[in-house]
Design a protein around this ligand. Structure first.
Ligand code: APR
Length: 306
């Protein structure tokens, strides 16, 4: 790909830009922020690491959007992050204003781009970005499920004392306390997880996953997680750039899938060159279906406010 742009040069954005550059997913990586000097300084600093790390993706910072024109992908991380005691929904009004303006600019300079949304509250910010950009659902996809699933997999790997690579899992639903980790689809190299970890321990891991973001905020105090969130966004970008057809849990605009319509919710998505190429409908137990519905309700409520 010629160009990938990351909007927001804060913790998540700058780390995402670095990961994109180190993986050489694009010839040019543009980092945009409203803070004067920050994207330029971080971009130049990253480019100066290129001779050491051995990548040729040019990283450039900017306060405007012109430099980013023609980007194939925009990873949007602009906005404020959580502080201790705040829920993702507390960020709603501020981040909706920011994301609206960002999405309008993207549509203006790169009308064919794919947006990977990261700003929170994630599912609602996807909706704001889709409305403001006028892009079809194939080109507005939210990063939440990949992160929630990574947290779940990392905890499972610790408990079972196995490689994280051998854990396959899927966390669906909204990016909040109502997310739905699917124990029935969790395996270690194909072995159902219930054969390796007790129900009690699994319940505790599900609970820790649901509160995974808050656990980091509590430690950091001045901000929220960024290493794993940036890795999640870049994994999605990689699936698109390399047309990998990966099946990843992403926030997608539902149009009848899972019996729901007109909201963004975390579901299994096929990602390739065209962005969201397919939503996979998996069989759910009645309990999982109920949980997904509850999660949808938790997304619909704040959606009314934007
Ligand atoms: N345009 C571009 N950048 C903006 C704008 C805007 N209109 N408004 C704010 N920003 C920038 C800020 O200047 C800051 O550099 O967004 C950046 C946000 O960075 P951090 O405060 O470090 O936040 P971060 O931890 O990166 O989280 C960003 O991602 O995971 C989510 O919940 C998180 O919504 C938050 C977002």
């Amino acid at each position: 790909m010629d160009k990938i742009t990351v909007v927001g040069a804060g913790n998540v954005g700058a780390t995402a830009a670095q990961r994109v550059a180190e993986k050489e997913l694009a010839r040019e990586v543009v980092l945009i922020d409203i803070a004067e000097g920050i994207p330029q300084g971080k971009g130049l600093d990253q480019w100066e690491s290129a001779p050491i790390e051995g990548f040729d993706s040019r990283v450039v910072g900017s306060n405007g959007y012109e430099e980013s024109a023609g980007s194939g992908i925009y990873i949007v991380t602009a906005g404020i992050a959580r502080k201790p005691g705040m829920s993702r929904d507390d960020l709603l009004t501020t981040n909706a204003g920011i994301v609206r303006q960002v999405a309008e600019n993207i549509a203006r300079v790169s009308p064919d781009a794919i947006i990977i949304m990261v700003s929170n509250p994630l599912d609602v910010m996807c909706y704001v970005a889709m409305k403001a950009s006028g892009f079809p659902r194939e080109r507005v996809i939210g990063m939440a499920g990949v992160l929630d699933t990574a947290r779940y997999r990392s905890f499972l790997a610790l408990e079972a004392d196995v490689s994280v690579e051998d854990i396959q899992a899927m966390v669906l639903g909204g990016h909040g306390d109502t997310m739905v980790p699917l124990i029935s689809y969790t395996t270690v190299s194909g072995i159902p997880i219930t054969q390796l970890i007790s129900k009690e321990k699994l319940d505790a891991i599900v609970d820790r996953t649901r509160n995974g973001g808050a656990e980091i905020v509590k430690y950091l105090k001045t901000g929220s997680a960024y290493y794993a969130p940036s890795a999640g966004a870049v994994q999605m970008a990689e699936a698109i750039v390399k047309d990998k057809k990966r099946i990843l849990p992403c926030a997608a605009w539902l149009q009848g899938e899972y019996g729901m319509s007109d909201l963004f919710l975390g579901v299994p998505c096929k990602l390739g060159r065209n962005g969201l190429e397919q939503i996979i409908e998996v069989e759910l137990t009645d309990a999982e279906r109920d949980e997904l519905k509850k999660s949808a309700d938790a997304v619909l409520e704040p959606m009314k406010l934007v």
